[in-house]
Design a protein around this ligand. Sequence first.
Ligand SMILES: [Zn+2]
Length: 274
Amino acid sequence: MRPIFPFSLIFITLLLGALPAFGEIRNINKFLDQCPTNDPAIARIRGDFEIRRDGAPTALPSCSEPVSQMPSNAYTDELMLLQALRVVYYMDQGMSGHLPWTPGDLYDWMKSKVGGINIISSGGGPSCCTTINGRPFVNIGAHDDATREFQKKWIYLSVIVAVYAHETRHVDGFPHSSCCGATNGCDDTFDQANLSPYGLQWWLNKLWLDGTIDVGIGCEPPADFSDSASFFLAQVNTTFPSRFCATRPPVASMPSIPGGACHDASRRRAVSHR
Ligand SMILES: [Zn+2]
């Protein structure tokens, strides 16, 4: 026993050093180029959120790095959803008080509400929920190759993350209204103290915009960074306010550093980040 103890300590230290930084995604482009199969947290994520297709369990999807170079038809819905869940797992890990509807982080809240995601092969919009083994599963229609190609990029994958949060909110109720002109596509009131599903989506986009949840869009190449900043500002000021009727969310201005500054040291040192 005795000789093993110090070696164990060294091993644990090395292991911890290899894990992603606590509570942070340093560089979202690099993060999304990595495969779930190479993520030390993947067993835990798949244990907490089961991905099913048409009700049946799915296997761990094959994946090759960099993910951005994979053919669209190999970047399956199963793989795309695991990438979204990896983002949820890491993006605000250890943070508290930033989400008005729960004291902790998004991952723990979702885990407490749903058993996973059920892909519907015939397509269709997202909905809540199908009960499988006594747990609610969010339904998400399968996407075509062109859409999944877009979803390799953070701004489009962020839509999946926020939609998943929206649907999870329905486990708490929150039926929609049709007040904004879309049948059951609206919420009457934006109330920070009791956020509705579209309110949750607004809130997440606001935190991605202002950098409260910093996934490192500041490390993106200038064109992507500009796209990300404009995208999240439009989500916050146009897309989601149009879903409300009685009380709309507050208007945001473009932050001086949208999404937070780049903290990826390897990005700053290296000409190429891969
Ligand atoms: Zn809804």
